[in-house]
Design a protein around this ligand. Structure first.
Ligand SMILES: NC(=O)c1ccc[n+]([C@@H]2O[C@H](COP(=O)([O-])OP(=O)(O)OC[C@H]3O[C@@H](n4cnc5c(N)ncnc54)[C@H](OP(=O)(O)O)[C@@H]3O)[C@@H](O)[C@H]2O)c1
Length: 320
């Protein structure tokens, strides 16, 4: 739903406009958040605040996120939604139920569309590069899905600058639809790969950039300052805990509190506003398990992210 408070940005050189803040379903909808009323209240509040872009994947709780979010989308005007989903990660033990082969892409899109309850998705992402499938096979399959009207644009996630350049050159040579968007990780804590490699390549190719985990799975909110709050994501997941929680990271996040308090905003708002103003970023995909988190995160739109403020945040959290 159009909301004057929400900036809408062109996705790279395409004509599609995405809300600067998006909402995704990883580890949340259909997973840690199963209550249908809560899911509906969060998605509907995001939509009413002007969020038009909602990000899912087949692998998120093996299809349950697509189902849970799809049930809410059914009550919203489809033409106002930009829905994305993804393909790559193994959905079962079957040897072909994975990767970016023509077979898996064709089987996966139909399953995703059925779970979401839509006849097309706006964006379809190759969730990782697939070294075991020729790039031409993947590009041709994506091009075919666009011609069949099942997807409107295709994109990549966590591809390197060189892989993006190769895909573009190949599509140009074969006259295929090119990937229009890349989905990389970006937060104050994990920013170097984006800044050094992915963002320069994407901007040179005219790709949009929709970035994930702006709060480093919640760490940048400051909720882990004094240990692990029961039920929070890094309390629940040992793997994610190992990749984010360290004394140095927690100490760095504590330093952000001084800046946030001075400005009368929260650390989550600062971290999201920082990501929204990085080079080439079309939209920052956030996550929320509670309505209050979503509301707080939407407050990032009000932060005036000056160059001086960026420098202060980057000094508090050194790269790497
Ligand atoms: N392409 C990819 O490979 C990839 C990978 C990861 C994510 N993504 C996409 O990006 C989306 C966002 O990623 P993310 O969920 O990792 O984003 P994030 O903003 O880094 O983390 C969101 C999580 O942090 C906690 N949180 C959010 N706001 C908070 C607040 N104001 N105060 C305290 N805690 C707060 C919540 O978890 P708890 O309440 O459970 O602690 C929430 O689920 C995903 O849903 C998915 O669509 C894509």
């Amino acid at each position: 739903m159009f909301n004057a408070a929400m900036p809408y940005r062109r996705m790279g050189n395409s004509g599609l406009r995405l809300s600067a803040l998006a909402l995704g379903g990883w580890t949340t909808f259909g997973a840690s958040v199963k209550d249908e009323n809560t899911i509906e209240s969060i998605l509907t509040a995001a939509f009413e605040a002007g969020v038009n872009f909602f990000d899912i994947s087949d692998i998120y709780e093996k299809g349950e996120a697509e189902r849970a979010m799809g049930r809410v989308f059914a009550r919203l005007p489809r033409h106002e939604l930009v829905i994305s989903t993804k393909v790559f990660w193994p959905m079962s033990d079957d040897v072909n139920d994975r990767g970016l082969s023509r077979k898996h892409i064709f089987e996966s899109i139909d399953k995703s569309l059925a779970r979401i309850g839509t006849s097309y998705v706006d964006l379809y992402f190759c969730h990782r590069p697939d070294p075991e499938t020729p790039l031409e096979e993947t590009c041709r399959a994506m091009d075919d899905l666009i011609h069949r009207g099942k997807i409107l644009y295709w994109g990549t996630s966590e591809w390197s600058g060189e892989q993006l350049r190769q895909a573009h050159a190949l599509c140009d040579r074969l006259n295929l639809y090119r990937p229009a968007v890349e989905q990389p990780q970006l937060s104050l804590l994990k920013r170097q790969r984006f800044l050094d490699d992915v963002s320069p390549a994407a901007r040179a190719l005219g790709l949009g950039l929709v970035t994930w985990s702006p709060l480093a799975s919640g760490l940048l909110s400051g909720k882990y300052d004094n240990g692990l709050p029961q039920g929070a994501r890094l309390w629940r997941s040992e793997n994610l805990r190992a990749s984010y929680i360290s004394e140095a990271n927690v100490a760095a996040v504590r330093k952000l509190k001084v800046v946030a308090d001075e400005m009368g905003v929260t650390r989550s708002q600062l971290a999201i506003a920082w990501a929204m103003t990085q080079p080439g970023v079309t939209s920052v995909i956030t996550g929320a398990t509670k309505l209050d988190q979503l509301k707080e995160n939407l407050g990032a739109l009000k932060v005036n992210m000056t160059e001086d403020l960026k420098r202060r945040l980057e000094a508090a959290i050194p790269p790497g």
